[in-house]
Design a protein around this ligand. Sequence first.
Ligand SMILES: Cc1cc2nc3c(=O)[nH]c(=O)nc-3n(C[C@H](O)[C@H](O)[C@H](O)COP(=O)(O)O)c2cc1C
Length: 160
Amino acid sequence: MARCIIYYSYSGTTRRLAKKVKAACGADSIEVTSNKTYNALTVYPLGSYRASKGEKDPIEPKKIDVTRYDLIILGTPVWAWKPTPAMNAAIAALKGCEGKKAIIFATCGGQPGKTIDIMKKQLESQGVKVIGDFIFNRKDVRDGKKINELIVSVNATITE
Ligand SMILES: Cc1cc2nc3c(=O)[nH]c(=O)nc-3n(C[C@H](O)[C@H](O)[C@H](O)COP(=O)(O)O)c2cc1C
């Protein structure tokens, strides 16, 4: 079963997690980058505002063709209790995703809010079935137990 991890990361936590999953599961990966130039001064007011409004950032790559994958894994940080504007855009940019399965994860400081529910709705409206979801707070990203749960759930799809 071909798998692809699609993720956005502003400060590296989600990227580190995505790389661990990639290494353990042999998946391809696509790091989505935002063309909004957030920095230490703007990321909280601007990033949080845009996330809270459900905005989509201009991203690279502009289109994400997942035709050749059976499972997609999507990871985002939580911003203002919601997915990042880059992840909103990444889900909208999916091509060939109808009928595919997804496992989603979010990293956060401990208050994920509606992030997972929102991503599920966005993916379902694209015809994607979410078969697993994971939230990682600061402790979870360090202790490895939940990372293993995510890896096990991704690898479980091989036999399906
Ligand atoms: C603009 C902004 C808003 C955030 N909002 C939340 C939030 O609502 N809830 C939460 O638990 N953490 C929040 N955080 C913390 C991040 O979700 C957390 O540090 C995440 O793991 C960062 O992932 P990254 O390093 O891949 O960018 C926020 C961080 C930023 C920069």
